[in-house]
Design a protein around this ligand. Structure first.
Ligand SMILES: [Zn+2]
Length: 447
């Protein structure tokens, strides 16, 4: 990954080759020696940049990356052929906003969740609980996630390292460490906070110099993105403009993007003016601020559930609201996504899903795409937000696309997802870095 590589190059310059080899991840070591070749015969390939299916293509894969993509390639001698000619093939999906270390139970406040995580379960159990969620993501076809805080003190980065090293299965993880927040973080007002739950969950910023220091702490711990709270709901405490500017400029010096959690129009505007890469949520954004986002190329990550998911979520409430009420509650979010599209704002998919779900976290996250379609996106536009768009936001050219040099991260299904996202429910194969992570028999084989 980028951070390792930079360190490695520096070490090579110092001619300490042995030290560099120790610092390399297993995946990086594999990239250096030519390995076996796999040919994937795709029945219908999704061009994520163009946002359309382009028909049959053959992909040559070696050392975890795509080497060649053409129609009618001849399989090299000795290559393993993966016949997916009856299936659509897409780049692995990307969720640009997850919280693998967080699961808020029904009728539990975020403070109570933090108390359970920090005081009852503890860090080790919390990481263990996150491992099957990571696996669920991968098996649901989401091969990359950004994990944006609410992960204790750097527990996301412990998970990130375990996945990088191949210790546990999971998506490529871009973790932030604790979110950089104003006083109180996101926990409900606590006059005393005797157990220091806020400090256990966030990195509270105390001025511009401290903001710079917090960015450096995160980068030193392995963060690949900085999570910042221009305004932390529910108290609506806010970072100062100078603190935000300090976070963004220090993050830019270290080559990491800043993801800003912001809901009110004023806080979004300040974050955009500070130069963040993305605005997460943006529920109360005005058309004027949307136009500013579009002009500055700032990404919107709309963390909106589908109608069906939101209704299912209310099923175990003591008094279940009527479905019409749930839909009405979602209407403003649908409206802001429509307005964002009309203003030409770039959109990357993010689920922000952190409640228990019977079919697993990965499938729930994928349902966010249905929410986008309910707001008026086409299927291909939604798929593009979870491939090309999210990859551009993360800033790694190997992600979200199937072209020479990209990671061999792909998913396959019999139907045509461009014609309707329900095809994603019949996922038959998931590959990450050239390794098959999930395969359901030969449903994709044949002409
Ligand atoms: Zn979130």
């Amino acid at each position: 990954m980028p951070v390792h590589r930079t360190a490695c190059h520096a070490l090579f310059l110092a001619a300490t080759v042995a030290a560099c080899l120790t610092a390399m991840t297993r995946a990086e070591a594999q990239e250096r020696a030519p390995g076996p070749v796999t040919m994937v015969r795709a029945g219908n390939l999704f061009d994520s940049e163009a946002g359309r299916m382009v028909g049959p293509r053959d992909l040559l894969i070696q050392n975890g990356r795509v080497r060649q993509v053409e129609a009618d390639l001849v399989a090299p001698e000795g290559a393993t052929v993966l016949d997916l000619r009856r299936c659509s093939v897409l780049p692995g999906l990307i969720d640009a906003h997850t919280h693998l270390l967080l699961e808020q139970r029904a009728r539990e406040s975020l403070s109570e969740t933090a108390a359970r995580d920090q005081g009852v379960d503890g860090d080790a159990a919390r990481v263990l609980h996150a491992a099957p969620r990571a696996r669920s993501y991968l098996e649901s076809g989401i091969t990359t996630v950004r994990d944006l805080g609410n992960s204790g003190q750097y527990l996301d980065l412990i998970l990130q390292r375990a996945i990088d090293q191949g210790d546990i299965p999971g998506p490529r993880l871009y973790g932030s460490g604790p979110g950089l927040a104003p006083e109180g973080g996101q926990l409900e007002p606590q006059p005393a906070d005797p157990h220091r739950l806020i400090a256990g969950e966030y990195r509270i910023i105390k001025g511009p110099d401290d903001a710079r220091s917090a960015v450096r702490q995160a980068v030193a711990a392995g963060a690949r993105v900085i999570k910042m709270y221009p305004e932390a709901t529910p108290q609506r405490t806010r970072l100062s403009v100078a603190e935000m500017a300090a976070v963004v400029s220090e993050a830019k010096r270290h080559g990491v993007p800043v993801a800003a959690h912001a809901t009110s129009d004023a806080s979004i505007r300040e974050a955009v003016e500070a130069g963040v890469a993305s605005i997460e949520h943006a529920y109360e954004i005005s058309d004027e601020t949307l136009r500013l986002m579009a002009a500055r190329g700032v990404w919107l990550v709309p963390t909106d559930p589908s109608d069906e998911m939101a209704i299912a979520f209310t099923r175990d409430w003591p008094v279940q609201p009527p479905e019409a009420e749930v839909r009405a509650h979602l209407a403003p979010a649908r409206d802001r996504l429509r307005r964002a599209r009309a203003a030409g704002v770039r959109i990357a998919m993010g689920s922000d899903f952190y409640v228990p779900w019977p079919t697993g976290r990965g499938e729930a996250a994928r349902g966010t795409l249905d929410g986008y379609v309910e707001a008026g996106m086409t299927s291909t536009e939604a798929l593009r937000s979870a491939t090309w768009g999210a990859a551009m936001l993360i800033g790694d050219a190997g992600l979200g696309v199937l072209r020479p040099g990209a990671y061999a991260d792909l998913i396959a299904m019999p139907g045509d997802p461009a014609a309707g996202l329900s095809a994603l429910h019949d996922l038959r194969l998931v590959m990450k870095g050239g390794t098959v992570a999930r395969s359901d028999g030969g449903a994709c084989a044949g002409t």
